[in-house]
Ligand binder design. Sequence first.
Ligand code: PPS
Length: 311
Amino acid sequence: MEQQLANKDFAAVINELPEGTFQRFPLCSVHGVPLMKPIADRWEDVENVQARPDDILIVSYPKAGTTWMQEIVDAIMNDGEVEKTKRAPTHIRSPFLEMFAPPPLPSGIDVLNMTPSPRQIKTHLQFKLVPKSFREQKCKTVYIARNAKDTAVSYYFFDQMNKTQPDPGTWDQYVEKFIKGEVAWGSWFDHVIGWWNVKDKHDILYVFYEDIKEDPKRELRKLMEFLGKNLSEEALDKVCHHIAFKAMKENPMANYSTIPDVILDQSHSPFMRKGEVGDWKNHFTVLQNEMFDKEYEERMKGMDLRFRTDI
Ligand code: PPS
């Protein structure tokens, strides 16, 4: 079924849809979280998704390294046989739970319903918004988190090139919106804290982008153990090579190059943009940084959740 979906020429279908089908959708509040209108409009469908006990949920705030984690999980689930990860693009191999799509394109839920178990499911939802059946089925969940400053920079470039997200405005305006959580999927703080607070109550592995960047093999081992897999050293080395930034940037099954410009305009900014820790220093002014730090201190007060903005 994945192969069938992979073989369909969605790009051709997308390019034939009437002008205006894809647009910079406004944000609507869903239980207090701003989500793009087409997601809010079909929220009941998302809430009613039926999880299976062997589903693996891959969760993140946008731009935290979701695609990286999707590639890692798929490679591990395929026992390090990385050739198997080339069977389809990321969004088919690992359906995006709340992703909307105008007919005849399949939505995230449509893809999910066609995916064989064990399914690897991407979501950007805060813990409180995840359909309850994932908790009932006690699904394994991998949460990937990235420091707020690099996330904000990455999101700013993404919102420029993703033609379905609200216009980010200037960088100065964006920093303010990001801090206030007035961006798609809401507040970075609510997201990382919400998942951190429940990580020991459910089957959740909380992983940091910066840790994978620092020592991919160490983090792969943690993931392998969590997913109940046992890869040889040789297989792990193969996975490390496969999930390196340069390899993924050049991999059409991982770099979103199959999505047409009308949605993702990669001529503006590539999806695989820099893949670094600390790029925020090239964008934050001294003033923006002071403002950000002040708010950060306030929001993270008393938390035992620590992020690195440098490695
Ligand atoms: S999305 O749209 O929310 O799913 O985006 P997401 O995949 O979460 O985040 C995209 C950022 O992750 C970087 N990335 C990587 N970094 C290091 N190594 C690898 N292999 C890798 N793959 C993706 C990607 O470049 C985006 O970050 P920036 O800082 O914009 O480069």
